[in-house]
Ligand binder design. Structure first.
Ligand code: GLV
Ligand code: MG
Length: 346
């Protein structure tokens, strides 16, 4: 185990100082694109005005014979595209693949200044993060980078799930974690054949007596998302719901995103432009919620101590703290998004 005293030392001579806090930037939607697809790449400057994060995907969904073109395409985007305020992330190939070493080496040395976060798929335990951590430090030193690149793990194996707390705390580079429901389902031997979302067979049924007996579909991902949120909160990093594969089912996508938002997630992946607006809507607090939070904080005073009744509802230190969570998010988003600033009156 590394001593706490050494935790924030660079892992290679000449590498930038590790971060002490994850810098907050909006990341409500992490929009995936295939950098080997020229049609998609041509849309990047327009998309950059609409999304919080653009992610050049090199892993699954990019065919093996396109892996090098995707890597080169991403370097080109990083070096030339006008991205405004949008962050640029990548998802590299998994650590056992023949491509990942070149993914990391090429991207850090040729696009490192522009790359904010590297998403590592199929993370199994803290040892995977330690490997990436040291390698990135070496590459950052070689590239002369002035700030460290952050790391984001995808939870998509049973062992990764079982080690999620150690993964989140494995390095000061850890920015966040996404749920990867498709790979996780396969790895756990769940019997679903879809990318995220619910399943009509996963239900509870009303007791015998009533006819017909009502059924209620349950959330397959509740345990997983809740555990991921706790692990992230405990280590001061950010949790995300991952992909929702049924692009045509915008309603269920919105529900899945909102469940994740209410449980503590800060964003989700968008796989198609239609999911960008869903994520923006869901992961930005509702104006009415913000107005209520402002009212509670105003009526309780600056220190939030004691108890007051507002509209028949008891407010105390704990509700004050919940309201400040909503207000802090609203204030942070409003600083970047004039439409939200107007809607919140901030
Ligand atoms: C994402 O990568 C997933 O497997 O769901
Ligand atoms: Mg996956």
């Amino acid at each position: 185990m590394r001593s706490a005293k050494d935790f924030f030392r660079p892992l290679a001579v000449g590498a930038p100082e590790p971060l002490r806090e994850v810098p907050w930037r909006p990341s409500r939607m992490i929009h995936f694109f295939d950098p080997s697809n020229l049609k998609m790449v041509a849309k990047i400057p327009a998309l950059a005005t609409k999304v919080d994060v653009l992610l050049g995907n090199l892993e699954d969904a990019v065919q093996a014979d396109n892996k090098e073109a995707a890597r080169a395409g991403l370097v080109e985007v990083a070096q030339t595209a006008e991205l405004g305020d949008a962050q640029l992330w990548t998802r590299v190939n998994d650590l056992g693949s023949p491509w990942v070493l070149d993914d990391l080496t090429t991207l850090v040395t040729q696009a490192g200044e522009r790359l904010d976060v590297i998403m590592v798929p199929k993370v199994e335990g803290p040892e995977d993060i330690h490997y990436v951590d040291r390698l990135l430090a070496q590459l950052e030193a070689r590239a002369g980078l002035s700030r460290p690149i952050q790391v984001h793990a995808i939870l998509e194996t049973a062992r990764g799930m079982a080690s999620v707390e150690q993964i989140c705390g494995a390095s000061p580079r850890m920015q966040g974690v996404s749920l990867g429901p498709a790979d996780l389902a396969a790895n756990r031997r769940m019997k679903t054949t879809r990318v995220g979302g619910g399943h009509p067979g996963y239900l509870v049924r009303e007791d015998p007596g009533a006819e017909p007996r009502a059924t209620f579909q349950q959330d397959l991902w509740h345990y997983t998302v809740a555990r991921m949120v706790d692990a992230c909160a405990m280590h001061g990093i950010y949790p995300y719901y991952g992909p929702f594969g049924d692009i045509s089912d915008v309603q269920a996508c919105e529900d899945q995103f909102r469940n994740a938002y209410l449980l503590g997630c800060v964003g989700a992946w968008s796989l198609h432009p239609v999911q960008i607006d869903i994520a923006r809507k869901v992961f930005s607090p509702e104006p009415e919620e913000v107005a209520w939070a402002q009212r509670v904080v105003a009526e309780m005073g600056e220190d939030g101590r004691g108890a007051v009744m507002i509209d028949g509802k008891m407010q105390d230190d704990a509700t004050y703290k919940q309201c400040t969570v909503v207000l802090q998010l609203a204030t942070q988003l409003a600083a970047r998004d004039p439409e939200l600033a107007a809607a919140y009156g901030l």
